[in-house]
Write a protein that binds this ligand. Structure first.
Ligand code: SAH
Ligand code: MG
Length: 197
């Protein structure tokens, strides 16, 4: 994969208003992933494959990424993009709803990137914790959701999302096996390191 190809995929995604990972969020994750050298990464929410491609350069030599997407059009684009940059043997797409796919996965992961339906974050957390190695990291994007999560905002159609994001924060904060920080980069990024089981 070269930089130019990745940049074109990024610009096309932005043009189509696909909510790809923000640069400052990626910068923070890059620091952790460089240290971690993950062998296996789980991603929930592939979109067109942009973030998975970015993460691929931090994998250990034989490392792979499992990524889940339910939207058929995006799956199609992601496959094309992944092929274009020659990462077919590094990135495996699981097609379907993560709520159904996660329970049938049984791998061990060094890193998880949660970036899909906000109302499902507590469920994604439970499934991620089940498969996370000790010293592994769970990153959750959009955790502050435009500031709604930390304000007294609880109206409108985002209410369920906000309630579940708050629940996610509560669970990672109270879990004594995790070391957690929440950063105001991008749309909010939660980082939880599993210290012990
Ligand atoms: N991680 C991507 C962006 C993901 S955008 C990047 O940074 O490049 C969120 C994606 O999650 C959307 O494409 C949406 O279709 C998908 N999604 C949302 N809920 C999902 C679910 N329950 N199961 C599978 N995919 C889901
Ligand atoms: Mg996101």
């Amino acid at each position: 994969m070269n930089k130019e190809e990745l940049e074109i995929i990024k610009q096309n995604a932005l043009k189509e208003h696909i909510p790809i990972i923000m640069d400052d969020t990626l910068d923070v994750m890059a620091k952790y992933l460089t240290q971690l050298k993950p062998n296996r990464i789980l991603e929930i929410g592939t979109a067109v494959g942009y973030s998975a491609m970015c993460f691929s350069k931090f994998l250990s030599k034989d490392g792979v990424i499992d990524t889940i997407e339910r939207d058929e059009e995006r799956i199609k684009q992601a496959k094309e993009n992944i092929k274009k940059v020659g990462l077919e043997d590094k990135i495996k797409i699981y097609e379907g709803d993560a709520v159904e796919i996660l329970p049938i996965l049984n791998e061990k992961y060094d890193a998880v990137f949660i970036d899909a339906a906000k109302g499902k974050y507590p469920f994604f957390l439970k499934e991620s914790l089940r498969m996370l190695n000790v010293n592994g990291i769970i990153f959750a994007d959009n955790i502050l959701y435009k500031g709604y999560v930390m304000s007294d905002y609880n109206k409108h159609k985002q209410r369920t999302a906000v309630r579940n994001l708050r629940e996610y924060i509560k669970e990672i904060s109270e879990n004594t096996n995790l070391e957690t920080e929440i950063l105001e980069v991008g749309d909010g990024l939660a980082i939880s390191i599993m210290k012990e089981r």
